[in-house]
Write a protein that binds this ligand. Structure first.
Ligand code: NAD
Length: 295
């Protein structure tokens, strides 16, 4: 299939590579010429604009930083909607607010284009390995046409409901993740300060009612989980800046819905303070450092 792929950063580039490996012909667009040259060497075509990439393709995929980029890549004069043919399936995999996903999809629908949202979890490792989870907000028929292609970049392809629901699933999950990591940090640091061996404490938590992904798979205390970022200086995981972005999306969506997210807002402020200290590039589990004496 001929696929337009726009936004080839840390996530988009390895996703596009997996589509090339699966035998698709890609029309690429990004502002970064270096990544275009690299993917061009694998046989992909480089397009002059999102409009040109979309016009020449049977499916359009975008993977951009934030809502403002999504609006401009779709709605500008040289954007996707200026070029895409009616009936072409379109999916945005960026993590953005649900309302922007619905707005851009409504603009696409006016010209006979069905556009869904499919944010991902699994990080850059999942993007490289082709094991991402896609949370898809789309009509039944759009989901049916997207599913086989998304399955070439991911392992779990979940239909969440109509357009926007993929983003809702993503931001609610990350709201909970941001909060649970702080909870585990407090418990581990308190146990350490009171004098229990942290390995013993983690073992108790992980076989008791406090157990969660932040405690048993991604524990923030160094040395508890060998494969967790805490055991390699909080490098190479899910950056605190990205967590801060997702908590911002969640608290903004909550504001629009008049829904309280009391712990979520507090968590957002704690990651904000971490970012201000200059630690926004560290894995988000480094939030535990706020609970430890400086060494
Ligand atoms: P990134 O910043 O590495 O890549 C974004 C790419 O978009 C860059 O190559 C940039 O040049 C390009 N771009 C920006 N504006 C553009 C425009 N107007 N036209 C064309 N290209 C443009 O970001 P990323 O880490 O790949 O993340 C992409 C999305 O995936 C974000 O919404 C992020 O929240 C989400 N996400 C990231 C991760 C992760 O671990 N990195 C995990 C899950 C979800």
């Amino acid at each position: 299939m001929r696929i337009a792929f726009i936004g080839l950063g840390n996530m988009g580039a390895p996703m596009a590579r997996n589509l090339i490996k699966a035998g698709h012909a890609l029309n690429l667009f990004d502002l970064n010429q270096t990544v275009l040259a690299e993917l061009g060497e694998l046989g992909a075509q480089v397009s002059a604009s999102p409009k040109a990439a979309a016009a020449a393709s049977e499916l359009v995929i975008t993977m951009l930083p934030a809502a403002a980029h999504v609006r401009s890549v779709y709605l500008n004069d040289d954007g996707v909607l200026a070029g895409v043919k009616a009936g072409t399936p379109v999916v945005d995999c960026s993590t953005i607010d649900p309302q922007t996903a619905r707005d851009v999809s409504a603009a696409a629908a006016k010209q006979g284009v069905d556009m869904g949202d499919a944010p991902v979890s699994g990080g850059t490792g999942g993007a490289q390995a082709g094991t991402l989870t896609f949370m898809v907000g789309a009509s039944e028929s759009l989901f049916a046409s997207l599913q086989p292609v998304l399955a070439q970049m991911g392992r779990n392809i979940v239909h969440c409901g109509e357009v926007g629901t993929g983003q809702i699933a993503k931001i609610c999950n990350n709201l909970l993740l941001g909060i649970s990591m702080i909870g585990v940090s407090e418990a581990m640091a308190l146990g350490n300060a009171l004098g229990i061996d942290t390995q013993v404490l983690a073992g108790i938590i992980n076989s008791s009612t406090g157990r969660c992904w932040s405690s048993d798979t991604y524990n923030p205390w160094p040395g508890i989980v060998e494969t967790a970022p805490a055991s390699r200086g909080y490098t190479g995981g899910f950056g605190a800046e990205l967590m801060l972005k997702d908590l911002g999306l969640a608290t903004e969506a909550a504001r629009q819905a008049h829904q309280p997210v009391i712990l979520g807002a507090l968590a957002q402020q704690l990651y904000q303070a971490m970012s201000l200290r200059g630690d926004g590039g560290k894995d988000f589990s480094a939030i535990v450092e706020g609970y430890r004496k400086a060494e």
